[in-house]
Design a protein around this ligand. Structure first.
Ligand SMILES: [Zn+2]
Length: 282
């Protein structure tokens, strides 16, 4: 993927050093629980403290950020991809007579506080509607390569575009409608899955437009991204974790569904093809 000529976004923040896990908020009870959890699950107690903090604190004010170092090649890549999503969605919104408010992207290491609560690198990349920010752990891309067999520039760009897709859903009021109907959102055909598959489709719309602008995809890029979509599909993750799939706890959709919806966006470049909520078959 030749992303060198993409416009760099100024909305990438770095909380690598300052974004601690807020130990000061955690009482001794929380620490004991974290140690017990860590003993029971064999995971890092600091990671568990992050999780306990998330449960205890709920809404927390976001920590201060610094602009990310533009000379870091990883930062340069993220700025290029985010910049390109800004150009893509800016143009699509403008055509529809609306204004696109670009999200910020926070790079963090280990753990971070967002307006949606605390998170650790274990939670994976996420979007917080409360502060309109995409959160990306810098170790995620490396982990994706090592553990999931993903990798390649375009596959990483796809992950960013998926999170930006959640921001687009937020701006369009789609996420709010899903939260309002929280009761029956779970399950394999539930609203949560439809929201996730729509974000995959929106990532496909971005990829279509980016390709038209830059002709920057190289042979194999799409396949690589779709393999990653497959790799991070819920069924595969669950299989790795427990040895069997539990359809009731799906949140992202199956690998096959994710590929299908990414393709729907990529092949058409049309937002209207991303109506996962109206689809009979996902
Ligand atoms: Zn998602």
């Amino acid at each position: 993927m030749r992303w060198g000529d993409a416009r760099r976004s100024d909305n990438v923040e770095d909380r690598g050093s300052g974004g601690g896990i807020g130990v000061r908020h955690i009482g001794i009870g929380g620490v004991v629980i974290a140690l017990l959890l860590s003993w029971a699950t064999g995971r890092n107690p600091l990671e568990m403290l992050g999780l306990v903090d998330q449960v205890e604190q709920g809404m927390s004010p976001p920590a201060a950020s610094a602009p990310a170092n533009p000379n870091d090649p990883r930062v340069d890549f993220v700025r290029a991809i985010l910049g390109d999503t800004e150009d893509t969605w800016g143009a699509i919104f403008q055509k529809a007579g609306r204004t696109y408010t670009a999200p910020h992207l926070v790079l963090f290491s280990g753990a971070v506080q967002s307006a949606c609560g605390g998170a650790t690198s274990a939670s994976g990349p996420f979007y917080c509607p409360g502060d309109q920010r995409v959160y990306l752990d810098t170790s995620f891309f490396q982990e994706m390569r090592d553990r999931l067999g993903g990798g390649g520039d375009f596959a990483q760009a796809y992950v960013i575009a998926h999170e930006v897709g959640h921001h687009v859903q937020n701006l369009l009021g789609i996420s709010q409608k899903v939260s309002a109907a929280r009761q029956d959102v779970r399950g394999a055909g539930g609203l949560s899955v439809r929201l996730e598959l729509q974000a995959d489709c929106l990532a496909g719309v971005w990829a279509n437009q980016a390709q038209q602008r830059h002709q920057w995809l190289e042979p194999g890029d799409i396949e690589q991204a779709l393999n990653t979509a497959t790799a991070i599909g819920d069924d595969r993750l669950q299989r790795q974790a427990q040895g069997s799939v539990t359809p009731d706890s799906f949140t992202h959709g199956s690998s096959e569904q994710r590929v299908r919806w990414f393709r729907a966006g990529f092949d058409s470049g049309d937002l209207k093809r991303c109506d996962t909520f109206g689809a009979q078959n996902l």
